[in-house]
Structure formats: C-alpha cells, structure tokens
Design a protein around this ligand. Structure first.
Ligand SMILES: Nc1ncnc2c1ncn2[C@@H]1O[C@H](COP(=O)(O)OP(=O)(O)O)[C@@H](O)[C@H]1O
Ligand SMILES: [Mg+2]
Length: 248
C-alpha cells in the first residue's frame, strides 16, 4: 500500500469461484467412493468477477445489489474468511465483521458465556470484557436473558448481542451485513447512532442493507454489484437513484 494513500481497504481484481458438485448423490458413502475414485465432477460458479474498489479512511461505504449479487461474498473476502480465487485485498487496520447472524456464537452457551467467547475471538482480554460486560448487556437490552442459551434467542436478540459485542471497542473497520434490518426500529436507530459516533471517530464502515433508505442516510459512497460484477460505483445519490430506478 502506498504510504501516501488514505486507502484502508484496497480490493484488486477479486474473482471468487465456488466449486459445486454437479451430481445429486444419494448418500455420503456414494460421495466418498466417487471422491476417492476421482469421479466427482464439479461445476464452478463465479460469485465475483474482477471486482476492484478502494475504501478510504472514514468512508461509510454501502454495497447494494439483488440477492445473490455477491455482497456477502465480498465482505467475507475483505474479512479474510474467504480467500479469493484471483486478485487480492489489502487491509490497513483492525476489522470487526458482523457478517452472519450468530457467527462467532456457540448456540448452546448462554449470552454471558458468548460475550466472553466472542469478545476473545475479537481479541479482547477477559479482564477487559469484565469491565465492559454490563455495557454490552445494556446496549443489547438482554438484562433478563444473560443466563439463557442463545439458541433460544430470536434473530433480533442475536443481532443485538452481536452488534453490542463487536462495537464495544471502536474498530478501525466495521463491517455490517444486513443485520441492522433484523432488529426492531428502536434498536436500528441505536445502531445507527453508534455507527454515526464511530464515523466521527474515523472508523471506516462497510454496510450491506436491503434498506436503500438506510444506505442513503448513512453512506458517502456506494457500490452496486450485479451478478458478481461492479455495475456502478460512486457517490451515494447517483448510485442509489440508478439502483432505485431499476427496483421500482
Ligand atoms: N460457499 C458457497 N458455495 C457455492 N456458492 C456460493 C457459496 N457462497 C455463496 N455462493 C453463491 O454465490 C452467489 C453470491 O452469494 P452472496 O455473496 O451470498 O450474495 P448476496 O449476499 O449478494 O445475496 C450466490 O449465487 C450464492 O449462491
Ligand atoms: Mg448476503
């Protein structure tokens, strides 16, 4: 990365292909026999092709596109969860990824245990989590459910807990995939307020939301992905207006 560049994320010609089994195998045994005999044929599916963009420090970067456009896949590549088939990603800073609901949670454990588990995964020490524990539970509004296994939680409760943990320390880069649309309206507002605070402190944010209003409200730059390709990249109004004109 160029020393003079303010880019905190550089996505360079990223292509992501998934292998998908062509056959409908009836059993796991049949699958392994074919695997051993090297008779398993895969069809490749290209979820992202040649995607490039830069994100600068302090940007609130929105990603829009229809289902299956590749939005979650690019977030996973940026977070390092997936390695791209081709191309590269450069990241400058710490990332808090909120990508899949409940990812990073052990469903059998309680909210309290998951705060420690998830916090540790995010690099926080148990002592530090002790000092932030009440704040996390309060923000997630789970005071009455601290010792309940999270498998009993609604998707809204999971989203609140995940967001509260991931944002207890201001990361350099916050990645939010759809989860803001899960909680209720008041919680969405609370999250938006916390994101706004982070933006003031220079955190870079990447947001995927199917609420175009949310993208318009929060983002300063937007990319529109269509079938794994960059359809449009630019200022929020320009991209959102074009996107809305095809979704109406
Ligand atoms: N692990 C995977 N294996 C095979 N195909 C996948 C995998 N993950 C995603 N895909 C496919 O890649 C495409 C893009 O998926 P995704 O990034 O989740 O889209 P979006 O988040 O925009 O709805 C979809 O067609 C999806 O089915
Ligand atoms: Mg998705």
């Amino acid at each position: 990365m160029n020393i003079m560049s303010k880019n905190v994320i550089e996505v360079n010609n990223v292509t992501m292909r998934f292998n998908m089994s062509k056959e409908n195998l009836d059993s796991l045994k049949e699958y392994f026999i074919k695997l051993v005999k090297r008779q398993l044929f895969f069809e490749q599916f290209t979820a992202l092709s040649n995607v490039s963009f830069n994100i600068e420090k302090g940007d609130v970067f929105g990603i829009v596109g229809f289902n299956g456009a590749g939005k979650s896949t690019i977030l996973k590549v940026i977070s390092g969860i997936l390695q791209p088939s081709e191309g590269s990603v450069k990241i400058d800073g710490t990332i808090a990824p909120l990508i899949e609901l409940g990812a990073g949670f052990d469903m059998e454990l309680t909210a309290r245990e998951n705060v420690y588990l998830n916090g540790t995964v995010l690099g926080l020490s148990p002592d530090f989590i002790d000092t932030k524990y009440d704040e996390i539970i309060d923000f997630a509004e789970l005071q009455d459910f601290q010792d309940v296994a999270v498998k009993n939680f609604s998707s809204g409760m999971l989203a609140r807990l995940g967001f509260a943990i991931a944002t207890v320390v201001t990361p350099d880069i916050l990645i939010v995939d759809e989860i803001l649309s899960v909680g209720d309206f008041l919680f969405q507002q609370k999250c938006e307020n916390r994101i706004s605070e982070m933006m003031k402190n220079g955190t870079t944010v990447i947001i995927v939301s199917h609420s175009i209003e949310q993208i318009e409200k929060l983002c300063n730059k937007v990319i529109w992905l269509e079938k794994g390709k960059v359809k449009m990249l630019g200022e929020t109004k320009e991209v959102c207006d074009a996107y809305k004109s095809v979704t109406k």
